[in-house]
Each structure stands twice: as structure tokens, then as C-alpha cells.
Design a protein around this ligand. Sequence first.
Ligand SMILES: Nc1ncnc2c1ncn2[C@@H]1O[C@H](COP(=O)(O)OP(=O)(O)OP(=O)(O)O)[C@@H](O)[C@H]1O
Ligand SMILES: [Mg+2]
Length: 412
Amino acid sequence: MSRVLRPNNPFTTKAIYDFDKFYGRYNELSDCCDQLRFSGEGIDYIFVAGEQRVGKTSFNNIIGKIASGDHRFFTSDLSFFTCETSFKQTRTLDECLGQIINSILAKDVKLLKRFNIDSITAGVGVSAKAPILGVEFTIKPEFTFNLTPKNIELIDKFVEIVKYIFNQRKYIDKTGILIIVDDVDEFISKNDFAGFIKILDEMLVRSGIHNVKLMVTGTILSYEKMIADETAISDMKLIEINKFSYPRICHYLIEILNKEKLQVSDLVLEMIFNITEGLMYDVQDIFTQLLKMKKDNTDIVTIMDFETALKTVQETRKRAFKVIIENNLDFNHKDLLLKLMKQDEPATLMQLQSEFPKEQKKFVINYLNKLITLDFAIKDADKYCIKNKLIKDCLNELKSLYEGEGIHDKLC
Ligand SMILES: Nc1ncnc2c1ncn2[C@@H]1O[C@H](COP(=O)(O)OP(=O)(O)OP(=O)(O)O)[C@@H](O)[C@H]1O
Ligand SMILES: [Mg+2]
């Protein structure tokens, strides 16, 4: 039997940029917009916290649009100059700083010409390329986020540029700068984030821009680290992005599938929620496959459709997990992973520590954080567990890779 292929798959595992595809999160969006509406003196900080693959980048993208004046979601007048950067792409703080500066400059090609520069990256050195500025900004390994004379020079040049931008007529209506820094997790512990903030603060405030919002995303762990660092930020607005509830997932799927002239039974909806536990990435992944693979011409999503799609997703995940386990976990991590797999309920740190020998107890938190970073585990209200059933099922099938490697077994 031949069939018509769906020209557009409405599901995606990529971060969302369009309002039309972005579902829900109204409270979080308006909470964030309220912060943007309030015009502060220096830098105001917003931290968007959520577990991996929950929807932080999509949230950022929509906020970016609203902040630059898109009125479809929010009626108040917001007109920020927005710059986005991500640690996943930049890897170091100075690269990130360079990208922020570039993103401000890149909005204006003429401006680059006027200052006779191609682009700027953080760090200071002399350049023939930029005679007007007299300095070239290149990444130097020794770059530190302190107010050294050279860094002050960098700041002064930046201030000069930003002032120029803001004096231009076309930017006159801009109410401030919104800087979005995505995925700080990996870097927050390794880098001098407080120093980074200090430099950024100096640059932006000295540019005479009085309404600067720095929106950072990461997990709740990196939020805790950031506010625990006394030299960094004391007052930070926290916006939490959580997994979707069962009614929200049902509503979302029914709405989208209806547009595709497809129906879905309550049983399939229940199955999808049970396996994903409301993590939109997994919902999207399974349904992307499902629509790709739907072989019959019926207008119903059957249990078989769901199970076939799930199987494909699981096979792909298992292949990826195998590599992650083999390359990233030592026997302590594996031991902890096994213990987490055995838990029926989320466990506290103390409960998990009690299963380790005395000399290992203080390291359990590090092992946990590693499993969280690798996206196998989550911390929810001070308890730890495997991320969701989909991941648990995949890990279960890979047990031979981490079973019997624990310290106890080694000692026996
Ligand atoms: N509001 C939403 N409506 C519909 N789908 C969403 C929404 N938010 C996220 N998703 C879907 O969830 C998945 C993950 O989204 P996103 O990349 O924004 O998450 P993230 O938290 O930034 O992930 P990571 O931890 O990998 O950076 C994508 O498939 C995206 O399509
Ligand atoms: Mg992201």
C-alpha cells in the first residue's frame, strides 16, 4: 500500500526558535519578562535552571525574541539589544566574552568597518589590523579575569565601541542589553566565573548602559555553585524550567497530532508519559521517529507505532550510552550507577553514602555530579535518581558494562 509522506515532521529534537512550536511555559516566560521590564542601574542577573534536555535553550530563544520587541507573546514594550553565546560552543570564559563582544559588534557591519576590525576575541595584544583601536583582541592562555592594566585597556576600547553603538539613531529605542549565556555547567567549576562577571560588569556599566540583563542557563547545581561563590552574584533571579506534567504532555500531543489529522488513544498517551516522565526531548524524539516510521494509512497512532518508535530510540541511545560508560566512568561511578539503578525511590546523599566504605563517602557527591553531567541521573528536591524510565531501561540493558566493577566487588 502506498502512502503520502508527511512533508513536515512537526516534532523535533532541536531547540525551538519559533513561537508556533514552543509549548506552554507561560508562567516562566512572564516571570522572566517581569525581570526584563524592570529597568535596573547595573547588571541584573537571571538564572534559568533546569535539568539537561528539559527546554532551557528553547526558553532562551523565545525570551530573546520577546526581549527584542516581538509582541506576539508579551504586550509591554521591550526593546533589548540581545546577544547570545553558549559555553557548549565557546568552551572557555574568555572565548565566551569575546563572543559577547562580537555579537554586539556583528549587529552592525558598518561599525566593524569604522573601527577597522574583523572581529574581536578576548585578551589583549598589539595589532596592525586594528589601527584605530590600536589593540587586537586575541585569546591568550594567560588571560585572567582581573582588572589588570591590559584588561582595563580592553574594557576602555569596548566602552568606546558600545558608546558609539548606542549613540546611533537606529539604536535609540533600545532600552538595554540582554546577554544570554547558555549552558554554564561545565565551566562554572573550572573557571573564574566571578572574575568574568567583574570584567563584564566593568565593561557594560562603564559603557553607560544602565539596563543590562545577564541571563545564564544551567542546572540547579551550577546555580548553587554560582551563588555560593561570594565574589560573584548575591542577588540572582531564579527561574526553574521543569519537566511537563501528564496533562500538559497530553494536551501538547493531542494538539499537534490533531493538526496532522492523527488521533492518539489515552493508553498511548499514558505509555509515552510513563517512559519519558514528562521530558519533552524524549517525547519529541519518540514522536519524530513515530511519524517517520508510520507505515499504515490509518489516522490513529497505535500502540504498535509507539512501540516500534520507542525501540528505535532505545537502540540509538544504547549505542551512545555504551560509549559514554566506557569512556567516562571509573569503577566508583559504575558502582554508584548500579546503586542508583537498584533504587525504587529517589535517594538522599546520605542514603547513598551509607552504601560506600568510610574513605569513599566524601567523594560520593562528585560521583553523583558526574552522573548528572552525563545526563544519567538527576537531583530533584535533594534526592537523586536515574533521569527517567527511558534512560533506566536502556541502562538496564547495558548492565554488563558497569556491573561487578564496584569497589566492594573488587575487594571481595
Ligand atoms: N516549550 C517547548 N515546547 C515544545 N518542545 C519543547 C519545548 N521546550 C523544549 N522542547 C523540546 O525539548 C527538547 C530539548 O530542548 P532544548 O534544547 O531547549 O533543551 P535544553 O534544556 O537546552 O537541553 P540541553 O541540556 O541539551 O542544553 C527539544 O527537542 C525541543 O524541541
Ligand atoms: Mg540547551
